[in-house]
Structures are given as C-alpha cells and as structure tokens.
Design a protein around this ligand. Sequence first.
Ligand code: CTP
Length: 404
Amino acid sequence: MNVILGVGGGIAAYKAAELARALMERGANVQVVLTAAAGEFIRPLTFAALTNRKVITDLFGTGSAEEVLSSSVEHIRVAQENDVLVVAPATADLLAKFAAGLAPDFLTTLYLAFTGRVILAPAMNTNMWEHAATRENVAKLAARGNVVLPPDEGLLACGTTGAGRLPDPAWIAEAVVTIGERRKDLEGETVVITAGPTQEAIDPVRFISNHSSGKMGYAIAAAAACRGARVVLVSGPVNLDVPYGVELVAVKSAAEMRDAVMRQLPEATIIVKSAAVADYHVANPAAQKLKKTPARMSLELDPTVDILAEVGRNKGDRLLIGFAAETQNLVAEGRRKMETKNADMVVANLVSKEGIGFGSDVNEVTLVLKTGEVIALPRATKRVVADQIFDHALRLRLALHARS
Ligand code: CTP
C-alpha cells in the first residue's frame, strides 16, 4: 500500500515520526509531506531517514528553474501514485483549508488533487477542537467521505486536560491499514472474538483472574476488521485500545462473557474464542469487603460454563475457532479440545515457552484443524499470526464445505 503522510504544524508533529515507522512496519510505502509549520517542529531529515525517501516540504521548491518546473506538477504525480492520504496531526488550520478547498501549499494542493482515501487525525487544544468553526469543518470533511479519527482525551501540551490529543501512532497506523487494505476477503462476515482474561469476584474489591493481556484477541480483531468483516470483540478487562472499526462489548466475568457471546451468536459467521476464561468462579461472592482474621480461610469454587463448548453445541454452519493454552502435550491437547468442544480449528500455544504467549507482542502457535492437518506457524508478531489464522480458517471452511 502506498501512503502519503501529511504532517501539520502542531506539537504532536513529533509523533508523526513514530507513525511513519509504524506504517512501514505494516508494509506500507510512505511518502512524507511536511507543511512549513510542521518543519518548525520536526526536521525533514528525521522522516527521510525513517522512510528512506525524499521528504516533500514545499510547493514550488527553492532551487533551479528546472526544479521549480518539475515540482510544480509533483503534487499531481504524488496524488496519482498513492492509495491513502493520512494527515497527522491535522491542525485546525489544515482542517479549515481542506474544508474550504484552499490550496496555498503542497499538502493542501495535494488534498485537492487526491482521489484516494483521506484519513485525518486531528490534534489540537481542546477549545480549538470544540470551537464551532472546527466542528463545522470536521462535519463538512466527514460528509465528504474523509475519515476523521477522533482525538484522544488526556493531558495536552498546553497543560489542560480534554479532547485533542493525537491517538497512539500504532493505533493510527492500524486504522490506516484497515481503511486502505485492498484484500477484503472477510467482507459480509460477522466475526465474534473473545479476548483477555475474566475476573471472578471474591468480594467487591477482590477477584480471581489470570495473566492474559488480550493482545492476541485484539490482534485477531484488528486483522478481521482490516479484511472487511464486521467485528464484535467481547473482551474481559484489559489495558488495550480497541482497534479501528471494531465494536467492543466489555465484560468482566465468565458468566457475562457467556451471555454476550450467546447474544451475538445469531449474527456470527465466524467465532474466535481466544479469551482465557476462568474455569471456576467463587460460589458465593461476599456482598461486603471480607475482613481478615487470623484463621485459615478457604474459598468455595464452582465450575464456570464452558463457552466454547456451548457455542460448539449450537454451531450450525458457523466456523468455530478455539484456543488451547498448554504447558505440555500441545497437539494432543489441542485435538482433544477441538473434538470435545466441536470446534473446527484450535490454535494451540505453549504458554510456558520463553518470550511468547501472555503479555508478549509475538506468538508461536500450532494450528490443529478438523481436516487432520497440524500446522506449526513460525514465530511472528501477534498481528501477523492473526492474519495467518484467518488464511487457514478460510481455506479450512472451503475444504469442509467441499466435503459436505
Ligand atoms: N473456554 C471457554 N469457556 C471456559 C473455559 C475455556 O470458552 N469456561 C475456551 C477458551 O476460550 C479456549 C478454549 O476453551 O478457546 C480452551 O481453553 P483452555 O483454558 O486452554 O482449556 P480448558 O477447556 O479450560 O481446559 P484445561 O484448563 O483443562 O486445559
């Protein structure tokens, strides 16, 4: 994917360097265009070194007559060669110029000449973001089909707290890839994904849980959204941003997760159960905080519902993908869980292996398929593993349909 990264002149311009890198990590070719104001905040050399390309900074160039002539049509060439224009940070001034169709410099001229997808990531002081002029400009740009990624709330460079902060560059990069990706082989599908741990209350302030970070499930959600699916992410408590275009259903306990999944089941065509669901919950959670005493204390636990098994019993022709977190007998346990829970595929991983699994950004999994195949995927980032899971799942579905 060929991406133009337009950088406006705001304090968040420094984050655009990280965005350039995050886009390249996702396989994009990145052409950076700096406005003159952006050049005051961050030097072109930073971007040139990161992207290995000349950075465009000016409409007419400053050198020879030849340079002036060639750069005067450069905005047309750049517009034609790229799929996506992302502007981050999009300042109030840039939003106003885009909305009004003004073209005093390269980036604004490029905006008018560009016919691909436009993604705007505004960042500014809260009052500027909430000003009626900015609101009107944003509404106008959104109505025109430009995607406006809403700024985050938080502490701003001016010392105030409110909406206006540029979102995490990795999150923006994922959104750009989701919007610009041409491979839409999950279009028309509703993918329901569970992720993270569950929390089983002991009393109002304590719970039983596990080390699941939710990263694998969130990566699967990002991959599915990128490939065009409607994605519902049923997530236990985690500390992650919801990927662009993904609907979140936040739950805490296994019972809540079960209810949420069963509510989504009628519309689901693919279900991925990557959550680390507690196998037991406290039989009688206390209504008030338990007080300590010198005596030994024990908790009575009841089994939770096995959500994967329940979905398996009501599967219909949906594709059902389970997970198996193991410390030994990976393939045998994966196969056993696939068969007993009526899944079509189990993603098995050794949680005891150094550097992968819980909390890590990389994973190394083995796919156990209903067709009898066992596929060991190479160690890769969870996002890459997520795409490979869908590659094999779609192939598996074709094979299962051909059989029946
Ligand atoms: N699972 C579930 N509901 C539960 C427990 C597990 O849906 N109450 C799902 C998980 O989301 C995962 C699969 O079952 O997709 C396997 O989970 P895992 O914890 O590996 O296995 P368990 O079935 O709990 O078996 P064990 O703890 O004995 O390994």
